[in-house]
Design a protein around this ligand. Structure first.
Ligand SMILES: [Zn+2]
Ligand SMILES: [Zn+2]
Length: 346
């Protein structure tokens, strides 16, 4: 083998007519040995710099040029993002015009995702603490604020946060961009405003009982469905909650707290899992049966006025930012938001 190898590399090379585009040299080609054990193609290459005449060449000059082209392209895209999302393109909204919903959502977003030096909101997907109990609620929160122009993608957002198509950088992933707070403060002091936005006043919210009641129900519904999906996941059921599921749990929450709905779900999932494991029911039907079972049980419990036990929060489903902000920081009722049924008399 050793000898054969020596023999092969000592063959003279065939000189081709092609010129290296980097050196003053003609490309050469190894003579293809009969029964060659060399893998790969026998391509002409430059005897000085090893360049090969095709766009996949791995010579150091080509690699360097590719690196430079990549950096150039990245800079071009970064500049596009910087121009497109420049502050001067966005008229700032006024702090005094913020609605209660704006204030609640902003407080959640700022407390959950504002970076240390108050510059911007970090990408949502990087957060350890969930902003709300469900992805759809979190997306709704972001889209509501973005739709009202209260938050705007930050010009320092990474290239990957934008869809790479002809609209670049016009389309962005809501959970990947950095956000800038696009609001003009009452007192021309950004830091004071951030503090006000982080800690909205209790009185203001208490004055609007309808808003608080509806928001309580909404958070409770999302927490119930979060627990339902978590329970399904634990027993290996696949389930996508639809309109019916929402209706069932909305109804239950008219009578029971999230802590009690947890116990209803727990019982229903345990029963369905048993039926499934005893092969009395296929998996998909067992999952659907959970919803029906919650509904039936709930209706009987309501009709007969049962007192249901209250579960604690599950260790794996810690309280989300919106619940902490709304129940503890704003309404100052803390765990009551979880342990009592939603009520308009807050
Ligand atoms: Zn060359
Ligand atoms: Zn090359």
């Amino acid at each position: 083998m050793f000898q054969l190898h020596n023999l092969l590399v000592s063959f003279p090379k065939k000189i081709t007519e092609d010129q290296c585009e980097y050196c003053d040299a003609k490309l050469v080609q190894d003579w293809r040995a009969k029964n060659s054990f060399r893998l790969g193609q026998n391509r002409p290459y430059c005897p000085i710099c090893s360049h090969e005449n095709h766009d996949q060449c791995k010579c150091s000059t080509c690699e360097e040029q590719r690196r430079e082209a990549l950096i150039k392209e990245e800079n071009r895209k970064k500049n596009l993002i910087r121009e497109h999302y420049n502050q001067k393109n966005y008229e700032k909204k006024l702090e005094e015009n913020l609605s209660l919903e704006d204030k609640l959502f902003l407080s959640v977003l700022i407390r959950g995702g504002l970076d240390e030096n108050l510059g911007h909101i970090v990408p949502i997907w990087t957060l350890d603490n969930k902003l709300t109990p469900s992805n759809s609620f979190t997306i709704e929160l972001i889209k509501t604020l973005a739709g009202r122009g209260l938050i705007v993608p930050h010009s320092n957002s990474s290239i990957e946060a934008f869809v790479d198509d002809e609209t670049f950088p016009g389309t962005y992933y809501v959970d990947r961009v950095l956000y800038r707070i696009n609001i003009n403060s009452l007192d021309n002091n950004y830091h004071n405003m951030i503090e006000r936005l982080m800690y909205p006043s209790q009185g203001e919210f208490e004055a609007d009982k309808d808003f608080c009641f509806n928001m309580w129900k909404k958070i409770a519904l999302n927490e119930s469905i979060e627990y339902l999906l978590y329970s399904f996941n634990k027993v290996g059921f696949d389930f996508n909650p639809g309109e019916k599921t929402h209706k069932v749990f909305e109804n239950l929450l008219n009578h029971y707290s999230v802590a009690q709905v947890y116990s209803i779900i727990y019982r229903a999932v345990a029963n369905s899992t048993k039926l499934y494991q005893e092969k009395k029911m296929p998996k998909k039907r067992a999952a659907n049966a959970v919803i029906t079972s919650c509904e039936n049980f709930g209706e009987r419990a309501i009709a007969e006025g049962w007192k249901l036990s209250k579960f604690r929060r599950d260790y794996n489903l810690p309280e989300t930012v919106i619940s902490k902000v709304f129940f503890t920081s704003i309404l100052k009722i803390a765990y009551i938001g979880f342990e009592e049924k939603p009520t308009p008399n807050i």
